[in-house]
Design a protein around this ligand. Structure first.
Ligand SMILES: Nc1ncnc2c1ncn2[C@@H]1O[C@H](COP(=O)(O)OP(=O)(O)OP(=O)(O)O)[C@@H](O)[C@H]1O
Ligand SMILES: Nc1ncnc2c1ncn2[C@@H]1O[C@H](COP(=O)(O)OP(=O)(O)OP(=O)(O)O)[C@@H](O)[C@H]1O
Ligand SMILES: [Mg+2]
Ligand SMILES: [Mg+2]
Lengths: 227, 227
């Protein structure tokens, strides 16, 4: 269960500020599949970073499973984030000189999982996204879409209850994109909450609810067709 | 005029190799608008890097305006590249702590343009992609789609005769994506050659020819509808 109340985020830059979010309020129940859409610069990634406990709001609150995240200390925030949330970054955020396998193992290292089962689980996650043959290759030796899929495997490996995916199919051709959406659909059928930023209508079609942003505000929030 | 003959590229990794391109041959005439498509990992970016003189083939040749690029020394390659080719990278390749304006000025610095007209031309290029208000912001302070548009402005600022764009609309919503495609269409109407990698069919629809890759080989090369 996720609740955001009157969320704002203002980035203070040298001499001026950018109001990325100007008052966002909504609730997402467990097991929902929500698409967040809106033009470039409308605040989607900023919102995902706040929901995913990667950044703190300027004002307002994020309540994740009953806990108000802005009240937590950094280390508590990190452990909530690591145990509950799987995050697929818009720019992948992989360690470029590290192998695909090791990148996927990272959340398991933070969770204190032993190395034997860690490697096994990371390999399974790479298999799900179709990259088991590249497990030993470094990220900077993979294509754009392959890196994106490693980032998706890393987000799933800890079996999180909420998956936040920021443009997860941006670099993928339609076949790979559809495969990833089927994985997310399966995880959602199994009860996980999926929140997905996308600008592609056919990707948003997998969700059952679409929240649209414009200039840091919600302009619409409604149920959408089921795929 | 661009000719590639029996082009191959094999990446040698620690202990094994990846044949990214396995024999590619085609000719693109001046003023054409070509889309390069294919699944993730099929070799599109590798092909673009070879055409754009950013990397050398394992075998075969790239002939750009009558010059065989693989025969050029590094500094000659760099100047051919900088004067003739505008390159939009799949991962933007911006200097993250540098302002949008300074990033767009880079090709002009290499071309030896004086600082007054450099700043003016870079600002004009940012205006074309709709980002003049963010000229003084650093790349790491911009959204994904804003960074992509800075990368496009940088590719256009030197007024190159060939524009190579690797997934230029991957992070853009359909409105921004359409604006970028209209810019490229205008440049093509003015006689520039455009080669564009994309996995989105509606973006490929702007091109008049589509070359499809699969596992490092061309599977089809045909004229497509005009938009
Ligand atoms: N620097 C590199 N070192 C080693 N292998 C590489 C490197 N870059 C790409 N490859 C490999 O070469 C193959 C082709 O990669 P390329 O980036 O050209 O594909 P692509 O068609 O652009 O894919 P995408 O649509 O995912 O961007 C892939 O299997 C990839 O892993
Ligand atoms: N680290 C930052 N510092 C300063 N400003 C930022 C930062 N990150 C984002 N912004 C600004 O906040 C606004 C919202 O950015 P955000 O990344 O949330 O947009 P977005 O909807 O994800 O866009 P896109 O679709 O292009 O990825 C933009 O105007 C952007 O320039
Ligand atoms: Mg974003
Ligand atoms: Mg690529």
């Amino acid at each position: 269960m996720l609740e955001v109340n009157e969320l704002t985020k203002t980035y203070q830059l040298d001499g001026f500020s950018v109001e990325a979010l100007r008052g966002i309020t909504f609730t997402i129940k467990e097991g929902e599949f929500v698409a967040i859409m809106g033009p470039s610069g409308s605040g989607k990634s900023t919102l995902m970073n706040l929901i995913g406990c990667l950044d703190r709001p300027t004002s307002g609150s994020v309540i994740l499973d009953g806990q108000e995240t802005s009240k937590l200390k950094d280390n508590q925030l990190a452990s909530v984030r690591n145990l509950k949330v799987g995050f697929v970054f818009q720019n992948y955020n992989l360690l470029s000189r590290t192998t695909a396998l090791k990148n996927v193992e990272l959340p398991l290292i933070y969770a204190g999982i032993g190395s034997g089962s860690r490697t096994e689980r990371a390999f399974e996650a790479l298999k799900i996204v179709g990259l088991e043959e590249r497990a030993g290759h470094r990220s900077n030796q993979l294509s754009g879409g392959q890196q994106q899929r490693v980032a998706i495997a890393r987000a799933l490996v800890n079996d999180p209850s909420i998956i936040l995916a920021d443009e997860p199919t941006g670099s993928l051709d339609s076949k790979s994109g559809t495969e990833i959406m089927n994985i997310l659909k399966l995880l959602n059928d199994q009860g996980r909450t999926i929140i997905l930023v996308t600008h592609e209508e056919y990707i948003a079609g997998y969700a059952r609810r679409a929240i649209r942003l414009l200039d840091g505000l919600v302009t619409s929030d409604k149920r959408v067709g089921k795929k």
